[in-house]
Design a protein around this ligand. Sequence first.
Ligand code: FRU
Length: 482
Amino acid sequence: MTEREQELIRLAEEEVEKNKEVVEGDPYRLRYHLMPPVGLLNDPNGFIQWNGTYHLFYQWMPFKTGHGAKFWGHYSSEDLMNWKHEPIALAPSEWFEKNGCYSGSAVEHDGKMVLFYTGNVKDADGNRETYQCMAVSEDGVTFDKKGPVVELPEGYTAHFRDPKVWKKGADWYMVVGAQSEDLTGKVALLKSSDLKEWQHLGAIAGSGMNGLGEFGYMWECPDLFELDGVDVLVASPQGLEADGMKYQNVYQAGYFVGELDYESGVFEHGDFIELDRGFEFYAPQTTLDEQGRRLMVGWMGVPEQDEDKHPTIAHKWVHALTLPRELKWVDGKLLQVPVEELTLMRKDQLVEQSDLQLSDDGLGLVIGGSKAFEMSLFLEKAVATFEMALSDTVQLTFDASESVFSLRRKSFVTGEWETRSCSLQALTELRAYVDTSSIEVFLNGGEEVFTARIFPDGTAHERITLSGVGKIGELRVWELEG
Ligand code: FRU
């Protein structure tokens, strides 16, 4: 480790120590989500199960609650539920990363954990350079930086970042988020036989490609994987205009389903579909675990979307990661299901009811000031309208005549109600994970997901109110312990 790196790590650790009380004293500090120990967290990085243990890194700015020269923070877990905060994995100490060890991924090779990330460099005039770098670990805790392995290929601007690497047959492949010289967003594909020498095969998707039309000026954080026989490309495009219920956030995160021809580098795909219909979700990353599950974690935040107005900033931290979700491809649909291990967090059962008739009057369920709970609801297919209110901060509504499901929350900026919606034919199942200041809602076995930060006045959730026309078959609520 260079002296510069040691010094940066020391300064970051000092920052954590200095602010511990303030950060942990925040009533909005989450109970069972991964957060920065101080400062700002953004993208999940390097998600991998390595020698049985899950590792999840994150983009981290320890010195302020804004963006800047990022570090890689590091969590590890045996069960995706109990997480241990590990020592800092990467600090932006070298010439090729001096303005940030930006997002990237992890693979296993010859028993070692190998990280690929973007070295972000800016000169005094703000001109950017980008290097895709490698770092190797034998113990999963300390990382030996090998420096740049990919220089900027021709045809792109310096907005070329976020390498995601995987193995197919005997070869390695890398997708990189990019902007081509005509200032449109792309995903570049590269290939290597040894992880060190990389050949650029070309752009496989992007604005103006594969019948997509205009589709943004930059695509960030791509991920490509096979899921039950189809190839899925995940990306976070920037520059999409809002379109009805779609693309309501400042930036989007979604996927295309298709087939990648690894020989020709051609990816034929269908429409772009948003992964999450809520307010805060961006730059997700997946990994294939040892059980063969495709797991995904996202950033519970969106760049430049009122980031500086989050109430937690008063306590010197901002943002968190989502819960891990398992992805499934079932009957031509991508489903996102909270990983099974999360049921281990269930403590006391607060509510258990069956055959509940919904009415306009509203049915109040007292959940006794719980800060963290899971709710599972099965509805009769015929439910015509459904409305659930939580702590005067969140409302979930479904209207069968319009086929629309909505999540409404009180804005943490204006205090006014704001809405995100998606079309939904019928509401049959609703699972919600509520934490002190977040909610993740999974509909119909993961057909649609809504993620949002919420900031209830009292910070504890006292009461759920249910109303509508129809019948709830089963309703259960558990207190959760992270
Ligand atoms: C996405 C992103 C990435 C970049 C990282 C920097 O949120 O902008 O493209 O690598 O964050 O923190």
